[in-house]
Design a protein around this ligand. Structure first.
Ligand code: NIG
Ligand code: FE
Length: 422
């Protein structure tokens, strides 16, 4: 496979240029080059500019050439919050929710996350791997080149490790890069009901050290929520995780305003996610501390909840990222175009803000803004070519992918013109 590539004649080369999260008004800047070109050598972006200037310096004959005439070219999307490795499905639960039962009611009577935990324990490692692989292939077709994936459907040592090891194996074979997050405190197992403190101690003493020793995760996350884990329990686990070298994320203020946003700022988390109920004070603290607000409008849509205040957050100086939250319960979708549509139409982000939210800010949400998320010299050659001449088609073509080609580290890994195959 050739890893030296030159993309030329892009009608719009949307670079999203930058090496850190864009916040507030910066999120409107896409840094577009008209009739642009990108040179990738050994998988890394070597040069970016106007096609005419690039072709004076570089000889096409030495590269695999992608002609992007009449097409928009962007950085590959980063999906910074998913739970894509799980066993079984919860289609039945979806139908209960349609009849009026709430997500938390189902969870309280032992369904929800706990039923996925049961099914994840039951499936073989091969089944877990195969289903994860299929989901990654689907994500790739939507233009995703890096994804964050969480454990959390094990809750015990053996199954948490099984999920994390599956992600590690998938990362080795699949073009999409996987950022692993340890979410051992995702729900309270039945045997610990009413004894949540003891469960947090179990996670700290028995599971976290192995995850760290075997280098299975980069982040630690927790479902900080009324009826799940309190602020104090979250603080305890996350503080320990940080001491052992993991970076932090939180499922914060999703259903009840508990103060997860405030906690994320206090602990110096990289991102706080969901935030449907986050307070003005909590958001102000996040802005001050540079915690990325990772918003998941697909979940609000699927739960028929109110959307997070994306517009307010950007207007108040936060860096907003977007993610699918792909999981078997609250939001079973890996559809990037659906999230674009919801973020623009319902959270009132502009198209430009949404694109930065799914590229450079999503990269910042997984602490990789220095290596991915924009078309800048020195970054990985992770790039998508659209079927259309402008990025404006992304939310406009509602729920339908506009991605024609996906390039990962300078290699063509998806091509719709060839039925997806390479
Ligand atoms: O991000 N809120 C908690 N965790 C997931 C849902 C997981 C599930 O329902 O299986 C979320 O929405
Ligand atoms: Fe989640």
């Amino acid at each position: 496979m050739q890893k030296n590539m030159i993309i030329i004649n892009a009608n719009e080369l949307v670079t999203c240029s930058g090496f850190r999260a864009k916040s507030g008004g910066e999120m409107s800047e896409l840094h577009i080059i008209e009739n642009g070109a990108v040179v990738i050598e050994d998988g890394i972006i070597e040069s970016v500019g106007k096609t005419s200037a690039i072709l004076k310096e570089y000889d096409e004959a030495n590269y695999e050439v992608v002609d992007a005439t009449n097409k928009a070219v962007l950085p590959g999307f980063v999906d910074p919050h998913t739970h894509f490795v799980f066993g079984g499905y919860r289609a039945e639960e979806f139908s209960w929710r349609l009849k009026g039962e709430s997500y938390m009611e189902i969870m309280k009577r032992g369904g929800g996350i706990l039923s996925s935990v049961k099914m994840t324990k039951e499936v073989t490692e091969e089944e877990l791997y195969e289903s994860g692989l299929n989901r990654l292939n689907s994500m790739l077709s939507f233009g995703v080149t890096t994804v964050e994936g969480k454990s959390g459907y094990g809750l015990d040592l053996v199954t948490e490790i099984k999920q994390l090891k599956t992600m590690k194996k998938l990362d080795k074979v699949h073009p999409i890069d996987i950022v692993s997050t340890f979410l051992g405190a995702h729900a309270v197992p039945k045997e610990y009901k009413g004894n949540e403190d003891a469960f947090i101690d179990y996670v700290i003493e028995e599971v976290l050290p192995i995850v760290v020793k075997e280098d299975l995760a980069e982040f630690c996350d927790i479902f900080c929520e009324k009826g799940v884990f309190s602020i104090e329990q979250s603080r305890k686990l996350l503080t320990k995780a940080k001491e052992t070298g993991l970076k932090l994320k939180l499922h914060a203020d999703e259903i009840v305003r508990l103060g997860g946003a405030e906690l994320s700022a206090e602990l110096g988390a990289i991102s706080a996610d969901h935030l449907l109920q986050a307070s003005d004070e909590g958001l102000a603290l996040m802005a001050k501390k540079g915690v990325v607000a990772t918003l998941l409008p697909g979940t609000a849509f699927s739960l028929r909840a109110e959307y997070a205040r994306g517009r307010y957050m950007i207007d108040n100086g936060l860096a907003v990222a977007l993610a699918t939250d792909l999981n078997p319960g609250s939001c079973f979708t890996e559809s990037i175009p659906l999230i674009f549509a919801l973020a623009t139409l319902y959270m009132k982000l502009t198209t430009e803000e949404a694109i930065n939210a799914f590229t450079i800010n999503a990269a910042a949400s997984v602490d990789r803004a220095d290596t991915i998320g924009s078309i800048d010299v020195g970054k990985k050659g992770d790039i998508i070519v659209l079927e259309f001449p402008t990025y404006k088609f992304i939310p406009y073509h509602i729920g339908v992918s506009t991605v024609e080609k996906v390039i990962k580290s300078g290699e063509l890994v998806f091509d719709k013109t060839r039925g997806g195959k390479i």
